[in-house]
Design a protein around this ligand. Sequence first.
Ligand code: GUN
Length: 302
Amino acid sequence: MTATIIKGTEVRDKILEEIEAEVAEIKEKHGVVPGLVTILLGEDPASISYVTAKIKTAHKLGFNEIQESQSPDLSEEALLDLVEKYNKDDSINGILVQLPLPNHIDDKKVLNAIDPDKDVDGFHPVNVGRLMIGGDAIKFPPCTPAGIQEMIVRSGVETSGAEVVVVGRSNIVGKPIANLMLQKGPGANSTVTIVHTRTKDLAAHCKRADILIVAAGVPGLVKPEWIKPGACVIDVGVNRIGEKISEKTGKKIAILSGDVDFDAAKEIAGYITPVPGGVGPMTITMLMKNTLKSLKFKLGIA
Ligand code: GUN
C-alpha cells in the first residue's frame, strides 16, 4: 500500500482562499480589515525568511500589515514599549514578536506583555490556559498544532476514539497538539499519549498509533516498523541534514529531512506528510486565520 500524501501546500491554498473571501466580506460589511504587526529584532536569515513569507501572505489576503524591523540592540524596555503601543492600537488585531529574541531580552517577559486578545501566536499563558480549558474558551490555538489538526481533519481521517501518539513534549508543538486532539468536539475526541526522551519503549507506543504526530527534531527517529499499517503520520521535524545548490535560483539551500523515514514509511502508512511541503506551510496559514479570528472576536461575529 502507498499512503495518501497530505500536501501542506494544497491545504494551505484552500484555507487561504477561505480567509481571503471572508476578509473581503468583512471589509464590505464592516469597513475594516485584519491588522497584523510583526516585530523582528536583528537580521537572522531564518527569521527574515519567515517574516518575509508572513508579510507576503498578509498582503495577498488584504490585511493591514505593519513590519517593525528593529536593531538587535534594541533594549528590553524599548521592545516592551513597542508591544504596548500595538496593544493600544485599535487597527491591530494580531501582534507577533519573532522568536528567537537576542540574549539580552527575556522572551517570556515580552510574550507575557502582549495583550492575550491580540496574541495570535497563542503563546501567552492566558491562551495556554484557554487551550487547556477547551471548547469555546480556545481563542488562538498555537499555529503549528492548529495547522496539524486542519491537515488531519481535511484529509478525512477519523479522530474520534483514535489512538493519537505525540512524539515530543515542546510547548510549541507537542503539548498543544496533544491538548487539541483530546478536546471534546469535532476533529478531536482522541485518546492521546505523549512520549518523549525518557519514555521506556518508544516503539511500542508508536506501533499503537492510529495518528502518529512526530515533533522531536531528530532525523529518522521513527523507524518504518514502528508505524501501524494504515496509520496517519504527521512529521513535524524540519532537520537540516546538508546543503545543495537550488535548481531554481542557483543559490546554496539546506537539504531538509523529517523525523520519519518518508520513503519507507509511505509504503506502510495510510496518510503521511512530506518534509518539506507538509506541516511547514500550515504555520503561517494558521497565523492568518488567528488574526482574522481576532478581528471577528472584536466585531462580535466569531
Ligand atoms: N519563530 C519561528 N517560528 C515562529 C512562530 O511561529 N512564532 C514566532 N513568534 N516566532 C517564530
